[in-house]
Design a protein around this ligand. Structure first.
Ligand code: ARG
Length: 462
């Protein structure tokens, strides 16, 4: 090949790469996102090479200055990215060689793009997982405030989307809090499992240079160097694991989104979303659309899709590295962006919603939400629960026929269904009574909700 061949691997080729192939195989259009991680990894690799005597101090200094300048150029948008240089790694290395001369060319000693990219993605993902976890925590904090504010607010709890039993609005918010807490835990686990350093695995077999892998692992904040070079360059299970955790979190957000959409409709009228989070209609002047929750509900589809893409990408790939792996980045990056944006939007929007307390109260009054309380009342008077259930079922049928609530029935009317019913039943039939009765760990009594809010604040301190 001619002397002006820019390809770093051009040595054994006697034809230029087809232009289409060059564009088709290049990843620099998207993997430039890894630039900071790539520079960090190169810096640590260079320091380790100096440490073992492969580079001298001048060479290391030239590399460090060069890498810093490249970082500045990238941050300033002045870096000349070249598709001909294929990916982020070779773009940076080529520029480093311009800036640092032969020292730049030595940087790749004992390294391959295979262990380089596997390291870069881990460094990048580790940082981004930190951002996701922070966003989850800030959403959880907002939910604690909302739950505290609305601990006494009564709303209908649903099963099958039918009114089931009255619950505290705050209790419902604390359900979301718990869902998010497990999401946070999954990310913690995922970040811990992936924190091993592939550098030193080189192409797939390790390297003949006596690299001090513990040294570079420590510099890069990895717990340890990877134990198997073939595995380290070939698996992307950590990215899949992250996307699985992200999909579960997005699934949770979609459930919240669905409830926000329903609750802000005129039919429910439970809440009002902040105006700044809604949009209007170009034709219907009365409309206030919950676009943000709707979009989040929709976006769970693409995140789960990315999880499927990655699973299919890795399925049946022979060990070790294959070019297929380059396809790991776009799904991963989009998953990160989508999850972080969705979490940030909810963290800001949800705590700012206002609850129409009269409306949730009225809704809880409809649908015989305290029927279970009446059955429990009878069971406490030694009626077998199944018999109590039967008697209350009949009472509800009667009340439906009369078009009134159980609490609006007279004592005589209720006694027809079981003579053991007494005057004190009316306390049991109130929404407040029903709520306060569930004063058990994890129950909906406002006292329990406030207890869990405080416990939640403590939990978030760790
Ligand atoms: N751009 C490549 C990727 O993302 C880097 C590794 C390339 N390795 C190779 N042997 N072609 O996977």
């Amino acid at each position: 090949m001619s002397k002006d061949d820019t390809r770093m691997w051009g040595g054994r080729f006697n034809q230029p790469t087809d232009e289409f192939v060059q564009a088709f195989t290049a990843s620099v259009g998207f993997d430039r996102r890894l630039a900071h991680a790539d520079i960090e990894g190169s810096r640590a690799h260079a320091m380790m090479l100096k440490h073992i005597g492969v580079l001298n101090s001048d060479e290391l200094t030239a590399i460090k200055y060069g890498l810093q300048q490249i970082r500045d150029e990238i941050d300033a948008g002045k870096f000349a990215w070249s598709v001909a240089l294929e990916d982020v790694h070779m773009n940076i290395e080529a520029r480093l060689t311009e800036l640092a001369g032969d020292a730049g060319k030595k940087l790749h000693t004992g390294r391959s793009r295979n262990d380089q990219v596997a390291t870069d993605i881990r460094l990048y993902l580790r940082e981004q997982i930190g951002i996701c976890m922070h966003a989850i925590r800030s959403f959880q904090n907002g939910l604690l405030d909302l739950a505290e504010r609305e601990a006494q607010t009564i709303m209908p709890g649903f099963t099958h989307l039918q009114v089931a039993q009255p619950v505290s609005f705050g209790h419902h918010m604390m359900a979301w809090f718990e869902m998010l807490d497990r999401d946070h835990g999954r990310l913690t686990d995922c970040a811990a499992r992936m924190n091993q350093m592939p550098l030193g695995s080189a192409a797939l077999a390790g390297t003949s240079f006596e690299l001090d892998r513990e040294y570079s692992a420590e510099l890069l904040g990895f717990d340890m160097p990877s134990r198997n070079s073939i595995d380290a360059v070939s698996d992307r299970d950590f990215a899949i694991e992250f996307c699985a955790a992200a999909s579960i979190c997005m699934m949770h957000l979609s459930r919240m989104a669905e409830e926000l959409v329903l609750w802000s409709s005129a039919q429910f009228d439970f809440i009002q979303l902040p105006d700044r989070y809604c949009t209007g209609s170009s034709i219907m002047p009365q409309k206030k659309n919950p676009d943000v929750p709707e979009l989040v509900r929709g976006k769970v589809g693409r995140v789960t899709g990315h999880l499927m893409s990655l699973l299919m990408l890795m399925k049946a790939q022979p060990l070790a590295y294959n070019k297929d792996n380059q396809e790991d980045k776009e799904p991963l990056f989009d998953t990160l962006d989508t999850l972080i944006d969705s979490l940030r939007a909810f963290a800001d929007m949800v705590p700012a919603l206002s609850v129409n307390r009269d409306s949730t109260y009225q809704a809880a009054q409809q649908g015989y939400a305290t029927a279970t309380d009446l059955a429990d009342y009878l069971a406490r008077k030694d009626v077998a629960f199944r018999d109590a259930h039967e008697a209350v079922g009949k009472a509800v049928a009667f009340a439906i026929e009369q078009d009134k609530d159980l609490s609006a029935c007279t004592l005589e009317e209720l006694q027809k269904f079981d003579p053991r019913i007494e005057q004190d039943v009316f306390e049991v039939l109130t929404l407040e009574g029903s709520l306060n009765a569930r004063n058990i760990t994890g129950g909906t009594a406002p006292e329990q909700v406030l207890f869990e809010v405080n416990a939640g604040r403590e939990r978030l301190k760790d």
